[in-house]
Design a protein around this ligand. Structure first.
Ligand SMILES: *Cc1c(COP(=O)(O)O)cnc(C)c1O
Length: 511
């Protein structure tokens, strides 16, 4: 349930398990069964009995509107380019895949702990998260109306898309609390981190994390890497001699880290391709010989750029720390596993401290080499993002199965700006590897980012935005909403007091 360890580091599995013999037969099972098989490699039945885990998984994906949960679409057969639609959950972004599961997992643990307890003896979880848009709504939909849980979502006032804001603030359940902060997403994240580190609130409240620093989110995302691979291998034109690459629009590195675990488990993926927008710390790492720096070298640029893909507007990618640990472990020269673990911890600590104090660090050549064995990267500009939305609409007419993201008039496929970053990166990767398959992850429904999609398509023939609007978005802007503004200058201590007061009020309402 906890995001950060008490020393400020992130939790990782002690060991990456291997796939069992015969895992290829998983090609024929459902998304839910696949999720169970994969999660069972990491979660022991003593911790969560098999039937309970199956039930949690089943409930988590029953809220998805597609029978396949994450269907694979053949976007451009000539280029062997496929799109994995990850937005069939309740809030229309890929984060539902993890957060529907996480909400039910939290509920499960709390129920077990509170068995037979009443009133003040019941354990109460206070979830706090920061969002630039998608995590917040997905977390709220995962936790709304859950017993013994309050959820607080901090977002920067005026900096999330209007639809995203309404998706959060129109959920009026008593346990849902939206707070607006005067500042940026990074300010919100800093407040959340300060709360997790604060002995005062931790002595009275038990805090839970929903940001992608929570390991369970990464775990839940591993499933769709396998699912998309199996979907591809079952498709009519599949050629087993061709390699498979997966392209991931990346911000905090949580999504693609799940791909890394899938690969480490044994999924035969050639390269995991990182697609970044103009906030390109990950791309610069690969292109600069292993420098991980907040600022590009030789520039005066500072801070986060606002782009058409706001869910990827980050200065540093929190989950990269986890990859670095595994790379440091893998490349360490010591013989004993315990010693290599120790060294990896020390190296990561030094690097992360340098990131804080000096703005960056450089990894040794062996670590960069190990990273390049599994990953490649491409950076996509704002203009390219818009141009890609337009060119996909004009040239891609996928015909395998229905999709709510196709124009009914022209049949053209509409991608959201985050997905467009992935598609643009895919096209560059295809130039380098024309004989491979590319599966590009589609991380959000285009209706969530109406402004950018409109900018790209408004002068195109036959384009009518309302046509693709999912039914739950209709009338959303007019619905009643509730939000608590955090006064400017209140700081994280101010937020702490708001959290305490609102939890108290909520509990009184129940008594
Ligand atoms: C969160 C998000 C991303 C980035 O995912 P990370 O796990 O942070 O790398 C990309 N696209 C959309 C639509 C998102 O909501």
């Amino acid at each position: 349930m906890k995001g950060l360890a008490s020393d400020g580091g992130l939790f990782i599995p002690e060991e990456v398990p291997s796939l069992p013999q015969g895992w290829e037969s998983w090609a024929d099972i459902s998304f839910e069964e696949l999720a169970f098989n994969i999660m069972s490699l990491f979660v022991s039945p003593e911790e969560v009995p098999a039937d309970d885990l199956k039930d949690i998984i089943k409930r988590s994906y029953s809220t998805f509107d597609h029978p396949e949960r994450t269907p694979l679409v053949e976007l451009d057969p000539k280029q062997n380019l496929y799109l994995l639609e990850l937005w069939h959950g309740p809030t229309r972004a890929f984060k539902d895949v993890a957060l529907q599961f996480l909400g039910n997992l939290f509920e499960y643990f709390l129920k077990r702990e509170n068995e037979g307890k009443v009133g003040k003896d019941r354990h109460h979880l206070t979830v706090v998260g920061a969002t630039s848009g998608d995590t917040g709504s997905a977390a709220i939909y995962g936790l709304r109306n859950k017993k013994d849980t309050s959820v607080f979502i901090l977002f920067p006032n005026g900096k999330v898309s209007p639809i995203q804001e309404k998706q959060m603030t129109t959920v009026l359940d008593a346990n849902v609390h939206n707070l607006t902060v005067e500042g940026s997403f990074d300010d919100c994240q800093d407040i959340v981190k300060a709360l997790f580190a604060d002995p005062d609130i931790n002595s009275t409240h038990s805090l839970g994390a929903v940001n992608s620093i929570n390991w369970a989110r990464i775990l839940a995302q591993i499933t769709y890497y396998f699912y998309s691979y199996f979907s591809l291998t079952k498709s009519a034109n599949y050629n087993k001699d061709k390699k498979v690459n997966v392209v991931v629009p990346s911000g905090n590195f949580g999504d693609i880290l799940a791909g890394y675990f899938a690969k480490r488990l044994g999924l035969p993926v050639e390269k995991l391709v990182i697609a970044t927008n103009e906030n390109d710390i990950l791309d610069r790492f690969f292109r600069s010989g292993g420098h991980y720096t907040k600022k590009a070298l030789n520039t005066t640029d500072e801070g986060v750029k606002e782009t058409h893909s706001p869910a990827m507007d980050i200065l540093v990618s929190s989950n990269f720390e986890r990859l670095l640990w595994f790379l440091a472990f893998q490349t360490d020269r010591a013989n004993a596993v315990s010693e290599r673990r120790q060294h990896a911890c020390e190296n990561v600590t030094t690097w992360l401290n340098d990131l804080k104090s000096k703005g960056g660090f450089q990894v040794p050549p062996a670590v960069l080499e190990a990273a390049m064995a599994d990953f490649s990267s491409h950076r996509v500009s704002n203009d390219e993002t818009i141009a890609t939305i337009r060119s996909v609409y004009k040239t891609c007419f996928p015909n395998n199965g229905p999709s709510s993201s196709k124009s009914t008039k022209t049949g053209g496929y509409i991608v959201d700006p985050h997905t467009a970053v992935g598609v643009a990166a895919s096209q560059r990767s295809i130039q380098e590897h024309p004989d491979s398959y590319h599966i590009s992850l589609s991380t959000a429904h285009p209706a969530k980012f109406a402004g950018s999609v409109d900018l790209a398509l408004r002068s195109e023939d036959g384009y009518v935005f309302d046509e693709i609007l999912p039914k739950e978005f209709i009338g959303l802007m007019e619905r009643e909403s509730r939000v608590t503004p955090v006064p400017a200058g209140a700081g994280w201590e101010g937020v702490r007091e708001i959290v305490k007061a609102e939890v108290e009020q909520e509990l009184q309402g129940q008594r």
